[in-house]
Design a protein around this ligand. Structure first.
Ligand SMILES: [Zn+2]
Length: 408
């Protein structure tokens, strides 16, 4: 009898925990891993990730590469008549992701006070840029999305994993049974058309005015999407699988046993003899109280993103949707005897360059050599007279121009 009661109690605890689950990634993964195809790719990608992670740890000075990520947003159960505000909602969420991953979110300044509670923990940022796709949409998926318009589908059946949308960072926003805010694969595969799936009340920030698609407090700052995307880029919750013996495999996040809810004063929650990092996106606290990734989390995400970066399509982005500085760097500038051009973006596979003087006369032309991740080229400027020149890079639909100065 006693045993039975204990068993029942344990079962209730489990159910109770499940009911509190804000994020459904663990259950989703459990189900997906039953599919042998999925499991094979998952295991191969995890193995590639481990290698890349080791490589990055050994090469911390590696030239940073900006990863530009093409985004598609799907509202399968929404109404086309709300297109304008749903597109705005999608842009709003993408803005939030760009801020949160780059660490340019305004509330990151709260770390100044919080950090004294967490010695050794530093903010981690990623050099990624999320861009809503506007070109070469897959055909036949939604008659209302047009060349030049954003990849936002409305009222069309898009599955959680949808091969028609392979090559994009997909977000599917729809009502989810059981009240979870969202779910994502752990270590997602863009080439399968995998999605982060979000509930209708936890996508974007408040005041969108879209009927049935308005983010609700306390999930109204778009942070659940930041959290789910953390899973997509191979981050676990800060408590791992739960309990003090389960780790999230991130060096600098304190080892804890479970989530925190609501809004917590930094340093006020103790678990497993540590202060829980309740300011972190991979906890369950309210949107307004989470505002940072750690350096260790950023390192893992960077390694995962490097592992999958060739799965993203690059011909679905318009050239004017990213800045010249995202695509290549030129240094030193002003230049003396030589100048280096480095392609620092995944959107450029191959490129040629031209250097013009100010009256438009071509001075130099050439190809940019491709060397693994980093494409760079030294240009001899020793014969050029002092002055201002224009450097133009051409690659497919992309043209980028930058002013360079030669000064001997
Ligand atoms: Zn989660």
């Amino acid at each position: 009898m006693k045993l039975k009661l204990t068993f029942l109690f344990a079962l209730l605890l489990t159910v109770n925990n499940y009911a509190q689950e804000k994020c459904g990634y663990a259950g989703f993964m459990q189900e997906k891993l039953q599919d042998p195809d999925f499991r094979t790719q998952y295991e191969a990608q995890q193995a590639a990730f481990e290698k890349e992670y080791e490589r990055l740890l050994a090469n911390p000075e590696e030239l940073l590469q900006t990863i530009i990520i093409p985004v598609a947003v799907h509202f399968p159960q929404a109404n086309e008549s709300n297109r304008e505000c749903l597109e705005e909602l999608a842009r709003d969420q993408i803005r939030i992701l760009n801020e949160d991953f780059a660490g340019t979110n305004k509330d990151i300044e709260d770390w100044e006070d919080a950090k004294k509670e967490y010695p050794g923990v530093k903010i981690g940022t990623l050099d990624v840029k999320f861009v809503l796709s506007t070109r070469n949409h897959p055909s036949g998926v939604d008659p209302d999305i047009v060349e030049g318009g954003p990849a936002v589908t409305i009222g069309n059946s898009v599955r959680d994993t949808d091969s028609r949308w392979a090559g994009y960072q997909n977000f599917v926003i729809k009502p989810i049974d059981g009240g979870v805010l969202g779910y994502s694969p752990l270590g997602g595969s863009p080439n399968r058309g995998a999605s982060v799936v979000m509930n209708t009340f936890a996508f974007g920030s408040s005041n969108s005015g879209c009927p049935n698609y308005t983010a609700q407090r306390p999930y109204n700052l778009g942070r659940t999407v930041t959290h789910e995307l953390g899973h997509f880029y191979n981050l676990n919750h800060t408590w791992g699988n739960g309990g003090c013996n389960s780790d999230d495999r991130v060096e600098d996040t304190p080892n804890i046993s479970g989530p925190s809810f609501g809004c917590r004063r930094p340093g006020s929650i103790n678990m497993c003899g540590n202060k829980s990092l309740t300011t972190n996106y991979m906890d369950y606290v309210d949107d307004r109280c989470m505002f940072m990734f750690t350096e260790g989390q950023a390192a893992r995400m960077k390694a995962y993103i490097n592992t999958i970066k060739d799965q993203w399509k690059t011909d679905v982005l318009s050239a004017d949707s990213f800045a010249v500085n995202d695509v290549f760097s030129v240094y030193p500038n002003p230049a003396n005897d030589e100048i280096n051009i480095s392609l620092i973006s995944n959107v450029v596979k191959e490129a040629s360059f031209e250097v013009y003087d100010i009256i438009g006369k071509t001075i130099l032309t050439g190809d940019l050599s491709i060397d693994n991740n980093i494409k760079s080229r030294k240009i001899d400027t020793s014969e050029l007279t002092n002055g201002v020149y224009l450097l133009k890079i051409n690659s497919g639909n992309l043209t980028a121009t930058k002013k360079i100065v030669v000064k001997h």
